[in-house]
Write a protein that binds this ligand. Structure first.
Ligand SMILES: C[S@@+](CC[C@H](N)C(=O)[O-])C[C@H]1O[C@@H](n2cnc3c(N)ncnc32)[C@H](O)[C@@H]1O
Length: 182
């Protein structure tokens, strides 16, 4: 990821620190801290996610904002229980003469952890692309922000400022210090 960043125009000029986003401490304070493209869900426990939000808050200037872009969890998981009571799914993503790609996943509704794997089956063999994540609800994220001394200032359904409502598949949420959120 850092190599990709460096390759972009101006990428050489940026100071980059590689570390765990939940715990890495930097000396500076910033007007913008962001965790986008569902990356908060890469922390697979609620504790780690709260720690990350607290860490983001610690790095904000007084007028700084913390921006999170994330999917809205799919409650349909709850309808996919198998006869053993496990929420799991198999999704045929691509079926063609060249091969097949399926995604299999399991959801634990107590921990909100998802273990999934993209599986490619083709002439070249089998390709496995596993991923573990933890779903976080927008309302749950708002509480995490409160724990960290932040408040929701704006929420949109996407980067173009789309309204956020019950049909939104994702949200872009902006948090500011509680005393500044307005
Ligand atoms: C969904 S990807 C987003 C990648 C990139 N930001 C983008 O927009 O294309 C999540 C990224 O977070 C990284 N990641 C996972 N856990 C992390 C952690 N605890 N601290 C920092 N980065 C982490 C993963 O390696 C991955 O590159």
């Amino acid at each position: 990821m850092i190599d990709r960043l460096r390759a972009k125009p101006g990428g050489d000029a940026l100071a980059v620190t590689c570390g765990d986003m939940a715990t890495t401490a930097l000396p500076g304070r910033y007007r913008l801290v962001y965790v986008v493209f569902n990356s908060l869900m890469n922390l697979v426990s609620q504790d780690e996610q709260v720690t990350c939000v607290e860490n983001a808050a610690r790095h904000l200037t007084d007028d700084g904002v913390f921006v999170v872009e994330n999917v809205v969890p799919d409650p349909m998981y709850a309808l996919r229980r198998d006869r053993d009571g496990v929420d799991q799914y198999v999704d045929a993503e691509h079926i063609g003469p060249d091969g097949v790609t399926v995604e299999v996943g399991r959801f634990d509704r107590v921990t909100q952890r998802v273990d999934k794997c993209h599986i490619g089956l083709g002439g070249a063999g089998v390709r496995l692309d596993p991923l573990a994540l933890r779903y976080v609800w927008p309302s749950e994220l708002d509480l995490m922000a409160r724990i960290a001394g932040l408040r929701l200032r704006d929420r949109w359904g996407g980067w173009a400022g789309e309204p956020f409502d019950g049909r939104s598949l994702r949200h872009v949420s902006v948090y500011a210090r509680a005393e500044r959120a307005g």
